[in-house]
Structures are given as structure tokens and as C-alpha cells.
Design a protein around this ligand. Structure first.
Ligand code: ATP
Ligand code: MG
Length: 209
């Protein structure tokens, strides 16, 4: 089973890494791919460049061979949708292997506004990682959970796609990239919220000042 955690990663922090490792170890993943997203032109752009975001991810993932980096969305031209990415992954990996999109509870709260969410569920499962803070579940999302929700990891390995697992065992860390960028902009250190190797890159490149 392969997991995909998409994000801006501006910068990557322990709130991404620890829940991803919890999923890797607690569910039957062979690999979880961190997938930096290209940000659509009409959205606020990341403060770090694409190359810097990739560098920070590489620094964070050193020595953890089952958490990998997949840069396909950065390489594709035009805006990229998770649906297109999953179609490409399916073409590569075949239809049988279970694929899981990992996302934090805040991202899941917006899932029905994504491009072709119901088709995404035909291509992958969703694993929702608990995250501190409000992530209101509206009626439409509650209905989706009723239709696709599952309580056991066995349901994920039993089918290639289509289930939603709310993974409350993921460590809840109240850490966000926004908080880290703000600390640095205010002249404070974000140390202990992210790997030292990532912080060293941020300092070297004078990011987020
Ligand atoms: P920003 O503050 O810039 O939005 P972020 O910390 O939310 O950054 P993203 O790159 O936006 O990080 O998040 C990528 C994915 O990781 C999303 O699915 C998000 O919900 C999840 N995620 C980020 N931080 C956490 C956390 N502390 N706990 C659980 N999931 C998280
Ligand atoms: Mg975010």
C-alpha cells in the first residue's frame, strides 16, 4: 500500500513528519510519498522557491527510506489536480495496489471543493490525520463519511480505493508552516518545531525573514 501526502511544505515540519510516520507504522504502508504541490498562480505563492522547498524536504527525509519524495506535480506544466496525479500513479502502478491520499483534518474539511472528489475516491482511499484546531464537518462531508468511512486498516488493504479512514491515532501536534514563518518574521526561533537540518537550510537561505 502506498500513501501520498501532498502539501506546500513551506516549510516541512514535525506536524507533517510525525503523523506521516504514525501512518507508516500503524497502517500497512510500504511507502509514503511526500508530494510538494505547485501552487496555482491565483493562490498566495509559497515564500520559499520550489527548489528550496525540495531541498528542505530532502533534508527532512534523510535516513528515512520509506518516507520518500515525489516531485511529479512540480514537473508537470499547468495547474495540477490530485485527480490528475492519481490517474498518472494508477497508470504506473496498476489498478490493484491500494493507494491512500493522506491529509490533515483541516484539508479534509475542504475535500468536497476539490476537483472531482468522487472520482478521486475511485482512485484512492483517504486517510485523515487528526490535527488540533477546528475542522468543521458539514452535512455533505458527514454523508460522504457515512458512505465511505471505515474503522479498520484492513478495509484499506482489502480494496484499491474508495474508503475513508479517520486516523485518530496520529500524533496531534499543533504545528503549522504559518506559525513557523511568523516566528521567523518576528525574529524568534522556530527550533524544536521542525528538523534541525531544515532550520539550518532556512537560516542559510535567509528564508521567511
Ligand atoms: P500552512 O500553514 O502554510 O497552510 P501547513 O502546516 O498547513 O502549512 P501544508 O503544507 O499546508 O502545511 O499541509 C500539507 C498537508 O499536511 C495537509 O493535508 C495538512 O492538513 C497536513 N498537515 C499539516 N500540518 C499538520 C499537523 N500539524 N497535523 C496533521 N496534519 C498536518
Ligand atoms: Mg495548510
Amino acid at each position: 500500500m502506498i500513501g501520498i501526502l501532498g502539501g506546500t511544505f513551506d516549510p516541512i515540519h514535525f506536524g507533517h513528519l510525525r503523523p506521516a510516520l504514525d501512518c507508516l507504522q500503524g497502517l500497512s504502508f510500504n511507502e509514503i510519498r511526500m508530494m510538494p504541490l505547485k501552487v496555482a498562480v491565483h493562490r498566495p505563492q509559497p515564500q520559499a522557491s520550489t527548489a528550496q522547498r525540495v531541498q528542505m524536504l530532502k533534508a527532512a527525509l534523510v535516513d528515512q527510506t520509506d518516507l520518500t519524495l515525489d516531485t511529479r506535480e512540480l514537473e508537470r506544466s499547468g495547474s495540477s489536480f490530485s485527480y490528475d496525479t492519481l490517474m498518472a500513479l494508477r497508470a504506473e502502478l496498476g489498478g490493484d495496489i491500494p493507494l491512500c491520499l493522506l491529509l490533515g483534518a483541516d484539508a479534509f474539511a475542504n475535500f468536497l471543493t476539490w476537483h472531482r472528489p468522487h472520482d478521486i475516491l475511485k482512485l484512492a482511499h483517504l486517510v485523515v490525520m487528526a490535527r488540533p484546531g477546528d475542522a468543521p464537518i458539514d452535512d455533505a462531508l458527514a454523508t460522504l463519511l457515512q458512505m465511505h468511512g471505515c474503522a479498520e486498516q484492513a478495509a484499506l488493504t482489502a480494496a484499491p480505493a474508495g474508503r475513508i479512514l479517520w486516523y485518530s491515532q496520529a500524533t496531534q501536534l499543533a504545528i503549522s508552516s504559518t506559525q513557523i514563518r511568523q516566528l521567523i518574521a518576528q525574529g524568534f526561533s522556530p527550533r524544536y518545531l521542525l528538523p534541525d537540518a531544515v532550520l539550518a537550510l532556512i537560516e542559510r537561505e535567509q528564508l521567511y525573514r
